[in-house]
Design a protein around this ligand. Structure first.
Ligand code: KIV
Ligand code: ZN
Length: 516
């Protein structure tokens, strides 16, 4: 049995999804959980892209142990050097070098001849190999490249020290049979000691099928992202490839993965909360309805024997009903201990703020579940790093008789600012007041609300997308009151915009024409 390496790119390709802007603390939280999940490689970011990316890769390399930590790099020496500088602290460090090999990318994007691309690949890989023995090479847009030319470039990469060849279907154009054949062709054509990897985008909804066809044809690494995040329609969903290999072990009888599948649901929830990307209810494996049976006939069958309508036991992927974990009388120690057991590592200000929120919630809600705690903790990840403004007071007046109004007092540094707002509804009024108090006025591009658990005392989780003069950020907030949750989400997004502006964290590379 071969182990198929699970290469998680949630923090790199996934983070390139529109509207996602994770800060260092949030990326660390996700990386810790990915390590707990048992992925083999974490692609932590693209260090040359921005200061924020660099710092996140460096922080993950310094503190996350277990998986290989990879940093993405174009072939230029400046890129490779920066990638190494960020990832060099890792227990096991990898540099992932890429250059496009398709005609359209070479001509229109790189403006390079095929010979120049070969020379770039040789030089970039050799430079990276000078730093570490673990080098991955990707011929970007590999699937749409001339296979012979792509293999020539791959051979050059292996001859210069690449140990993994990753074959990207960058634009999600592949179909399983053809993609599988391409993987087999690479293995037949390129000589040397290397592993082959898949990297499939989901533009036609085929990313998982294509990745599995790659494995069936000899690939031993799958690049994927939690909840299928990634550029445009996303990457192959990690939870789906892992569970397909496990559940259909009769078909994939020569491979297995090292993933601890019971951690899949929690990882999915954490990624969803921190990125602001909701998981669709009927999403395979991690969707909230993935194990729900509606039709009477189905319910009857499952009660008799689960396997009449279920191919996976929900507990295998950590989808049991949320456990009641704490109550009103639980103290700080029990709270911190429970978070730690759940794999949530809050410290200092973030832990204090989360405990205050927990106590407030315990006054309103009798049973506090794991899902509640996860929501509160996710809200406080990065407190002190990201939270420039925090809500000190929020007063709302609404109803049908008069125009809704809001008064907000925000704390920032040693000061406080107060503002009044009005709006079409109470949420609108709260947003107006926050915009006045912070001086950050933007456009709310998206607004979504969901409940964390059931019942009228459930926490409401709100996710917003905010755009302020070209800077986009998502924000999230939870509270038992939906207006308060909305205000928190809006302020969270404002704080991110302020940080991105102040620290110049907006990507410098993705906006050019040569990013991945
Ligand atoms: O989709 C792609 O081609 C990529 C590469 C950088 C591997 O993300
Ligand atoms: Zn990609």
């Amino acid at each position: 049995m071969d182990q198929v390496m699970i290469f998680d790119t949630t923090l790199r390709d996934g983070e390139q999804s529109p509207g996602i802007s994770l800060d260092v603390a949030e990326k660390l939280e996700i990386a810790d959980q990915l390590a707990r999940l048992g992925v083999d490689v974490i692609e932590a970011g693209f260090p040359i892209a921005s200061r924020g990316d660099f710092e996140a890769v460096e922080a993950i390399a310094k503190s996350v142990s277990g998986p290989v930590i990879a940093a993405l790099s174009r072939t230029g020496f400046k890129d490779v050097d920066r990638a190494w500088e960020a990832v060099r602290h890792a227990e096991k460090a990898r540099i992932h070098v890429f250059i496009a090999t398709s005609k359209i990318h070479m001509e229109k994007k790189l403006r390079m001849t095929p010979d120049q691309v070969k020379a770039e690949a040789a030089a970039g890989v050799a430079r990276a190999r000078g730093y570490t023995a673990d080098i991955e090479f990707s011929p970007e847009d590999g699937y749409r490249s001339d296979p012979e030319f792509m293999c020539d470039v791959c051979q050059i990469a292996v001859d210069n020290g690449a140990t993994t060849l990753n074959i990207p279907d960058t634009v999600g154009f592949a179909v399983p049979e053809e993609y599988g054949k391409l993987i087999a062709y690479v293995i037949d054509t390129v000589s040397g000691d290397y592993a082959v990897s898949t990297h499939c985008h989901n533009d036609l909804g085929l990313a998982v099928a294509n990745s599995l066809a790659g494995v069936a044809n000899g690939a031993r690494q799958i690049e994927c992202a939690m909840n299928g995040l990634g550029e445009r329609a996303g990457n192959a969903a990690l939870e789906e490839v892992v569970m397909a290999i496990k559940t259909r072990s009769d078909y994939f009888d020569r491979v297995h993965t090292g993933v601890r599948t019971e951690e899949l649901s929690r990882t999915s929830r954490l990624v969803s909360r921190l990125t602001g990307y909701h998981v669709q209810f009927n999403k395979a494996i991690v969707g909230r309805n993935a194990f729900a049976h509606e039709a009477g006939i189905h319910q009857h069958g499952v009660l008799e024997d689960r396997e009449t309508y279920e191919i996976i036991d929900a507990s295998t992927v950590g989808q049991e009903a949320a456990q009641i974990v704490l109550g009103k009388h639980s103290g700080r120690h029990a709270f911190a201990d429970t978070l730690e057991k759940m794999g949530l590592h809050l410290q200092g200000d973030a832990l204090n703020a989360a405990f205050v929120r927990f106590k407030e919630l315990a006054d309103l809600k009798v049973d506090i579940t794991e899902a509640d705690l996860e929501a509160i903790a996710a809200d406080e990840v990065g407190a002190g790093v990201v939270h420039r403004f925090t809500i000190a007071e929020l007063e709302l007046h609404g109803g049908t008789a008069a125009r809704p109004t809001a008064r907000v007092v925000l704390a920032h540094g040693d000061g406080k600012s107060e503002a009044h707002g009005t709006g079409d509804g109470m949420i609108d009024a709260a947003v107006d007041a926050i915009a006045k108090a912070t001086g950050v006025v933007g456009t709310l591009e998206d607004f979504r609300v969901a409940s964390v658990t059931g019942g009228s005392d459930a926490l409401g989780a709100v996710v917003v997308q905010l755009e302020v003069a070209g800077v986009r950020a998502s924000g999230r907030g939870v509270a038992t009151d939906v207006v308060e949750a909305s205000a928190r989400a809006y302020l969270n997004a404002v704080n991110k915009v302020v940080r991105i502006r102040e620290r110049g964290e907006a990507s410098t590379v993705r906006e050019t024409e040569v990013g991945p």
